[in-house]
Design a binder for this molecule. Structure first.
Ligand SMILES: Cc1ncc(COP(=O)(O)O)c(C=O)c1O
Length: 384
């Protein structure tokens, strides 16, 4: 008699519900029906021209083998320069680590900073992969229930109310799904609280560059001990190139290097070589941001007319997070109905907040202006 091999408990993490929406949208498209995509959190544009040109040159001239585990020197220097030019912060090249998307950065950073059994706090709602990645490595995610009164961001008061200490705090400014941001003062205070309490601050800065008021502040400016995570996926419009980076505090560099050698060997070499040019493409990239800003204005103006009148501030990123409790207490069924009756795909809040997300829906405005304007028209007509 054969024995069944074991299946790990740590691998049993929840799915990404947005993928279910994407599947339903794909089925609709396969049946010949139109879909207005407001579920996906990625730019509808490709990489900037300078990056594409550099990639073509590399394909012709290079064998594209493995690179050093921390990234190619030219890219690490270009990233350090970006911090000097953009944020006026001096980050030595040795602290810059190139990763396979920010998703790869989280794996390396979390493994280097936390042990099984540790507890890591984050706002709820927030990007679901924080919770799920931590769970998969035996670290307990600790959710801080936030609402409009906290601008959906962690506060010291919420942290101090916890019944047991935490070893880490994840912040994201601008955040997914709400788009809200932390001011310089708030980030500085959270960072000081972390330092005073032996808590590792992890700052997800993937939506930097996509802001519609004040610019985002980097934790690299206010903390030497924070782990800063960023990516080429959003502002740089290079999602599928799977490239990100970390600014790693000195005490974690060696662990991160050994983990990177063993888990990834290196980030994709073509993407790394081409991404050096991305920092010279800001004119093209800022054009995308101007479109997001127009899309955001359309939604903030039109969504209330469709009954979506309780919206998170959307200071940055490309999302509007709507409290739909006046319309439903089952956001998953509600999103299915919106897709079936209007052709608009949007994301139920349960991905971001398992406890209260059944009362929220996220609309992405990363698409074209025509898509967003048409979606707004359809939602208003649907409401009536
Ligand atoms: C807040 C946030 N962090 C990280 C990621 C992961 O991005 P990537 O692995 O493409 O860098 C995403 C993707 O949507 C995100 O929204």
């Amino acid at each position: 008699m054969s024995k069944h091999p074991k299946v790990s408990k740590r691998g049993a993490i929840p799915p990404f519900f947005v993928m279910e929406v994407m599947r339903a949208a794909a089925e609709r498209e396969a049946a010949g029906l139109e879909v207005l995509h407001m579920e996906v959190g990625q730019p509808s544009t490709g990489a900037p021209k300078g990056v594409l040109d550099a990639a073509h040159r590399m394909l012709d001239a290079d064998v594209l083998g493995y690179t050093g585990s921390l990234g190619i020197p030219a890219l690490r220097s270009a990233i350090a320069r970006w911090y000097r030019d953009r944020y006026k912060v001096d980050v030595p090249d040795r602290r810059v680590v190139v990763t396979t998307g920010s998703s790869g950065a989280f794996q390396l950073g979390f493994l280097a900073a936390f042990d099984p059994g540790d507890r890591v706090a984050m706002a709820s709602p927030s990007y679901p992969a924080y919770r799920h990645t931590l769970t998969a490595i035996g670290v307990e995610p600790v959710e801080l229930p936030t609402g409009p009164e906290h601008r959906f961001q962690p506060t010291i008061e919420l942290l101090e109310k916890l019944d047991k200490p935490v070893q880490g705090l994840i912040v994201a400014s601008p955040a997914n799904p709400t788009g809200t941001m932390l001011s310089r003062e708030e980030l500085t205070e959270l960072s000081a609280w972390c330092d005073a309490n032996g808590v590792r601050l992890v700052s997800d800065e993937i939506y930097h560059g996509l802001t519609y008021g004040p610019e985002a502040v980097t934790a690299a400016e206010v903390s030497e001990s924070a782990l800063v995570v960023n990516s080429f996926s959003k502002y740089f419009s290079m999602t599928g190139w799977r490239l990100g980076w970390m600014i790693v505090p000195d005490d974690l560099i060696r662990s991160v290097e050994c983990l990177a050698q063993n888990l990834f060997i290196s980030a994709p070499s073509l993407s790394q070589a081409a991404a050096v040019a991305a920092f010279d493409c800001t004119e093209e990239l800022d054009g995308h941001v101007a479109r997001y800003a127009r899309n955001r204005s359309i939604l903030l103006e039109e969504l209330p007319k469709a009954g979506f009148d309780k919206l998170a501030p959307a200071d940055g990123a490309f999302y509007v997070y709507a409290d739909v409790s006046a319309m439903t207490d089952d956001s998953e069924a509600f999103c299915k109905r919106i897709l079936a009756e209007t052709g608009i795909a949007c994301t139920p809040g349960i991905d971001f907040d398992p406890a209260r997300g059944h009362r929220f829906v996220r609309f992405s405005f990363a698409g074209s202006e025509e898509t967003i304007a048409e979606a707004a028209r359809r939602l208003i007509a649907w409401k009536r």
